[in-house]
Design a binder for this molecule. Structure first.
Ligand SMILES: [Zn+2]
Length: 552
């Protein structure tokens, strides 16, 4: 009996010991399955319709590869105002909106102090890579975490995160607060620079890349069309009056002498497709030199291709320049994906491609085709409104600016003088509502009572941050936009041309297919979070797009 009990206890002990060992072994070896690298590409100002407008002209390795191998969300909408660059990039990577994440524009007026603020401006840091003010930048104005931050937290900072762009804001905001680095282009030197927020000095490989002076090679042969100009049947004929001209050019037509233009103005490089080529060449250098995709944990590279935006602003969506820029970007993307296949391994990385906003057609183009559109000039309207308010309240310049399609008041003056702010806003709204081109003017604090269609109301509320947004919102007639020149185009409105964006996923963990279901820009970060099995960002209001994710 005793012997039997001892044997039984011994057996139980062995069983328990073996079970514990199994458990320990399992917990030590079972690893959550994740890709080696995530690449988030934001094509600046890419309207969704560019995917199909130029479809027949794209090769098989770029946009078409994303569509044919990956998953396309065909109706991805922005749900905030204004639809600007910094705002779009923040919403993509935070799954949040300006009301919560605080990035209410590329610039804004700090409402309590009246101070002007650039979205990534930070006086406490310094430039790395040059002595200018251009590097005094950081993500500190972003009030929430990004999906890139959450990946770093989830892997106890073993993941590496790097953001790149020609634009500081489009490199910094996607990469988040805990990024290892963000790099952007300094026009004066033609070099990628950074900020002391990230590093004390540029890595040697960045110096080596900069010293190659690739811009000189890229502009050397000028910018002519990739294919014979007669084949650009999806675009206007060249040299339309509503296209911009480079300084010194008398006509806006091909070929553009980019070497001369670059000598005249360094910034002109951005307004050519070669800005995207440089960005993706730099992206390759980042992957190679930092070994992204070769580490223990999943790495994340964010890339903004910004030249599409500069070209769009300058020439408009219907120009041959815009089409040629997308055809060249398509080739650059194909080369980049091929590089990732070879370097990281096919099906070992996940890529997504989207846009921070779209763009309106040029006003001149719209009018030529009898479509309603016109320029809105806020300057004279704000000046006249200031006069109306001065007559009523006896104080000059109660309005500081009409920036971001919002009325920004001098709140210090209003508080100090104990003025009736409700009365000021009421007079402003009544005045603005009567101006040509303004469809709605609304006191956001009273938006519940305003007769504005619900989807637009929601976009206004999502974009409104008490400390960083003007309290009266202006919504223009469709087709109208703020502009002082008569050329090119812009974006910023609620309308689908500005807010319907492409969203494509490809690679590890991604199903092949597409959906016409409406999804939102704020759904991108939670989708990537779900795919990676990490926490969604801390201001996220979006939902995972479950159709995209395969079960791994
Ligand atoms: Zn943009």
């Amino acid at each position: 009996m005793i012997r039997k009990s001892v044997a039984c206890i011994f057996f139980l002990f062995i069983a328990f010991f073996s079970f514990s060992q199994t458990k320990i072994n399992n917990s030590a070896t079972a690893v959550i399955s994740r890709p080696k690298l995530v690449v988030g590409i934001v094509v600046d100002q890419m309207r969704w319709d560019y995917l199909y407008r130029y479809y027949g002209r794209y090769g098989n390795g770029g946009f078409k590869r994303l569509i044919n191998e990956g998953f396309s969300c065909e109706n991805t909408m922005i749900i905030h105002l204004p639809s600007f660059t910094a705002v779009g990039h923040s919403c993509i990577f935070t799954g949040s909106v300006p009301a919560i994440n605080g990035i209410t524009g590329n610039d804004w007026i700090e409402q309590l102090s009246g101070q002007h603020m650039y979205c990534t401006s930070d006086s406490t840091v310094r430039s790395i890579g040059n002595e200018s003010e251009d590097g005094k930048m950081s993500p500190r104005n972003l009030l929430v975490s990004t999906v890139t931050d959450e990946l770093r937290i989830a892997t106890n900072y073993q993941s590496r995160v790097i953001g790149i762009s020609l634009k500081d804001r489009a490199a910094i905001l996607p990469a988040g607060h805990t990024a290892n680095a963000a790099y952007w282009l300094d026009d004066a030197s033609g070099h990628f620079i950074s900020s002391s927020y990230y590093m004390p000095q540029l890595p040697e490989w960045v110096n080596a890349f900069n010293n190659k002076n690739e811009i000189a090679q890229l502009v050397h042969n000028g910018w002519n069309t990739l294919y014979p100009i007669s084949t650009y049947v999806q675009s206007d004929s060249d040299n339309q009056p509503y296209e911009g001209k480079f300084k010194g050019e008398t006509v806006s037509s091909f070929p553009h002498d980019m070497k001369k233009n670059y000598e005249t103005s360094k910034g002109s490089f951005r307004q050519s497709p070669f800005g995207n080529t440089l960005t993706l060449d730099f992206a390759r250098a980042v992957v190679e030199n930092e070994g992204l995709g070769n580490g223990k944990a999943t790495d994340f590279l964010t890339i903004n291709c910004a030249s599409t935006d500069y070209v769009g602003h300058f020439f408009g969506p219907n120009s041959i320049e815009a089409e040629d820029t997308y055809l060249r970007l398509d080739k650059d993307l194909a080369k980049f994906f091929q590089f990732l296949d070879a370097r990281v391994g096919k099906e070992r990385y996940t890529v997504f491609l989207t846009a921070d906003h779209g763009a309106a057609h040029a006003i001149g183009y719209m009018q030529e085709h009898n479509l309603p559109a016109d320029f809105f000039l806020p300057g004279p309207i704000i000046k006249n409104l200031n006069q109306v308010l001065e007559e009523k309240f006896g104080l000059q310049k109660l309005i500081l600016s009409g920036e971001n399609y919002q009325v920004n008041y001098d709140m210090r003056k209003i508080y100090d003088q104990h003025l009736d702010f409700d009365a000021i806003k009421k007079i402003s709204v009544a005045f603005l509502q009567q101006q040509p081109g303004i469809q709605y003017a609304v006191d956001v604090a009273k938006i519940g009572e305003a007769p504005i269609p619900q989807p637009i109301k929601e976009m206004i509320i999502n974009g409104y941050n008490f400390k960083r947004s003007g309290p009266v919102q202006i919504v223009l007639d469709p087709g109208w936009f703020e502009g002082h020149g008569k050329t090119g185009t812009t974006h910023g409105s609620w309308n689908p041309y500005d807010t319907h964006i492409p969203l494509l996923f490809m690679g590890w963990g991604i199903r092949h297919g597409s959906t016409n279901r409406v999804v939102h820009m704020t759904d991108i970060a939670p989708t990537v979070s779900a795919m990676l099995h990490i926490q969604m960002p801390n201001g996220c209001i979006g939902k995972p797009i479950s159709e995209v994710i395969s079960s791994k």
